[in-house]
Design a protein around this ligand. Structure first.
Ligand SMILES: CC(C)(COP(=O)(O)OP(=O)(O)OC[C@H]1O[C@@H](n2cnc3c(N)ncnc32)[C@H](O)[C@@H]1OP(=O)(O)O)[C@@H](O)C(=O)NCCC(=O)NCCS
Length: 447
């Protein structure tokens, strides 16, 4: 059990103190906010997990068979998968069959008790249950509703389902990632799913603030394609610049009027030049990303030039001004690569840091899992789980000074069904028993 209060980093929780004890010694930012979370897979659960880490009471409302990710990519037999556990911490799980009339009554009762409802079903699923936004708003005018769709509720693509890479393909990310002569690439960061979840969290908090002032909830829609476009904003900057000029900072050829923004390898994408430089001993992640910021060129050139047989690099007219360096940037990458062939990425970093050169070794997941900085900031935290034992989650990336996150394991399927029915909805034992018999929380028996 670690408690780090002063700097507001996350607190990991593993049973030495009860959650109740911990709640008493701090105030959660979203304490008192209750969320009916119908989200599944990754995009929605990313959002609700963050809100739960900020203290919201997130009730994960699952079909009787559970979120499909519980069983996907399993690494421990019969245990909830890491796919599920890593995205559903700090939530309570209730299973309800929305195709059963009694199940729908539970849904309506929960709507009355929640501040936010959120979902990321395929197009039309909630409408088919009989609950359009208009109907939900009528039942609880103050509730805020969040929806993630692949392409939103309007436009020619609105009927289509989407997954991460579909959004990366259609939002402009893939066409601008990779090298011009190679195929388009997806990025490792889940910008289509988790990126959209972040957008939704912002929308929900804005709408909640407004609902608290006006008493009126609203519908918050985030399309994955829109979210990816937002995250590719600088590529749209370049798209428009291409109507007037070539892109002098690109290492690949560009010309005015070429239309689409090209793939540009590891170019920095900003006003400063940058690239990934190969280091010793030449393994797949033995690279360091170096930004040759204008202000640091002189010091950098003086440090590396003499060691690679270019003692005059700092005064060479071909690299004197930023425009020259852009034009001849491939020489600079070659010089840095020659220098780096004698150093590991960490050794090169240690040379560059005192020169104030912005740089970063390419960190593998293994590097990060063992990194002192990552551990110190509680960005990779150990948890316990009744089915899988010890496991690790990526920590809370948003550090609130007065309300540090308490990271608590994900719920097992339906773990809190009775608790939520009784504590939140005030159902008596016999009512719960009756509803169970009527099939409100289970799948109908197979015929
Ligand atoms: C992710 C996605 C492609 C998955 O598609 P899918 O597995 O076919 O799931 P859908 O969301 O379309 O449908 C869910 C089904 O479960 C059923 N279901 C969900 N909750 C239920 C409940 N509590 N009780 C009974 N049935 C339930 C729905 O009725 C639906 O079945 P139906 O088509 O017979 O009506 C789709 O949900 C989607 O496009 N979502 C929006 C975009 C998105 O978030 N994608 C990223 C995911 S990381």
């Amino acid at each position: 059990m670690t408690l780090v209060k002063a700097c507001g980093v996350a607190i990991t929780y593993s049973c030495a103190l009860s959650l109740g004890d911990i709640l008493e010694i701090r105030m959660e930012a979203l304490k008192g906010v209750r969320i009916l979370d119908m989200t599944h897979v990754q995009a929605g659960p990313t959002c609700s997990q963050l809100l739960a880490w900020m203290g919201a009471d997130v009730i994960k409302f699952e079909p009787p068979q559970g979120d499909a990710t519980r069983g996907q990519l399993r690494d421990v037999p019969n245990a909830d998968s890491l796919y599920f556990t890593m995205l559903n911490c700090n939530k309570r799980s209730i299973t309800v069959n929305m195709k059963n009339p009694e199940g729908k009554k539970v849904f309506i009762d929960l709507l009355m008790k929640c501040d936010i409802i959120m979902e990321n079903f395929g197009p039309g699923v909630l409408d088919r249950f009989g609950f359009t936004w208009e109907k939900i708003h009528e039942i609880n005018p103050k509730i805020v509703m969040g929806s993630i769709k692949g392409f939103g509720s309007t436009g020619p693509y609105s009927d289509f389902k989407a997954y991460e890479n579909v959004a990366q393909a259609m939002g402009g990310s893939m066409s601008t990632t990779g090298v011009p002569e190679g195929p388009p690439f997806v990025t490792g960061a889940q910008i289509g799913d988790s990126g959209t979840g972040l957008h939704l969290a912002i929308g929900l908090l804005g709408a909640l603030h407004q609902a608290n002032r006006t008493g009126e909830g609203q519908y918050v829609e985030v399309a994955m394609m829109d979210g990816v476009m937002n995250l590719c904003r600088v590529k749209w900057r370049d798209h428009q610049r291409l109507t007037r000029q070539s892109l002098s900072e690109y290492s690949v050829p560009t010309q005015q009027g070429m239309g689409e923004t090209p793939r540009a390898g590891n170019d920095s994408g900003g006003g400063q030049l940058g690239n990934a430089i190969k280091c010793k001993p030449g393994g797949p992640n033995d690279y360091i990303y170096v930004v040759v910021q204008e202000a640091v060129w002189d010091g950098l050139a003086k440090r590396i030039g003499p060691e690679i047989g270019l003692p005059d690099l700092a005064t060479d007219a071909r690299y004197a001004k930023i425009g020259d360096r852009r034009k001849n940037q491939n020489d600079i990458w070659a010089a840095l690569t020659k220098f780096a062939s004698n150093y590991t990425k960490r050794e090169f970093m240690a040379i560059l840091n005192p020169l104030d050169v912005p740089c970063g070794p390419i960190m593998s997941t293994e590097d990060l899992a063992n990194d002192e900085h990552v551990r110190g900031r509680e960005m990779y935290v150990e948890l316990d789980h009744p089915q899988r034992g010890k496991w690790w989650n990526v920590g809370m990336p948003i550090k609130l000074s007065a309300s540090p996150a308490v990271i608590k394991r994900s719920p097992t399927l339906g773990e809190h069904t009775d608790e939520v029915l009784k504590e939140v909805l005030g159902y008596a034992d016999d009512k719960v028993a009756q509803m169970k018999t009527a099939g409100a929380f289970s799948l109908p028996p197979k015929k």
